[in-house]
Design a protein around this ligand. Structure first.
Ligand SMILES: [Zn+2]
Length: 155
């Protein structure tokens, strides 16, 4: 599973994330309630944790998950340390900050060209009881299509 994730991530970074090409991002596969999580501990590690729960999903959907997580990583990178630390506190304690970050990350995922993958992933996560509490933080399938069409990314 880790090999599969790494292989997909390498391709996505090569195709769509020039800013991340020089950085080291560690991928971990672990049993975990949500599909994935991104973390940056400044000066120490950039981490993407992927849940063992996604094992039965297709490469297409896992590509959507990884692209979304790499969009978080690119956003963290461009924030820089000070802004990121302020952001991280907000993310932990404020529902509004979480929603803002997740929606901005979904928008960036579409801009990067992964609207179809994100759309299919969103249909799956909306049907998943484990995601009920957080699903409101993300774009809806209709919003994904709308935004992708508007920006010419629904190919
Ligand atoms: Zn996210």
């Amino acid at each position: 599973m880790l090999r599969r994730v790494r292989r997909l991530a390498d391709k996505i970074i090569r195709d769509s994330f020039p800013l991340l090409q020089g950085t080291r991002i560690c991928f971990i596969v672990a049993p975990f309630r949500f599909y994935a999580l991104s973390l940056w501990i400044p000066h120490i590690i950039r981490l993407v944790i992927i849940s063992t729960r996604v094992r039965q999903m297709t490469d297409f959907v896992i590509t959507g998950i990884i692209a979304h997580e790499l969009c978080h990583q690119e956003r963290y990178l461009t924030m820089g340390t000070t802004r990121y630390l302020r952001f991280a506190v907000g993310y932990l304690f404020s529902d509004k900050a979480r929603t803002e970050e997740e929606r901005a990350t979904d928008f960036l995922t579409i801009e990067k060209g992964y609207a179809r993958e994100l759309h299919e992933l969103t249909l799956i996560s909306r049907a998943d009881a484990h995601h009920k509490t957080i699903i409101g933080n993300y774009l809806t399938p209709e919003e994904i299509i709308g935004h992708a069409l508007k920006s010419g990314k629904w190919n």
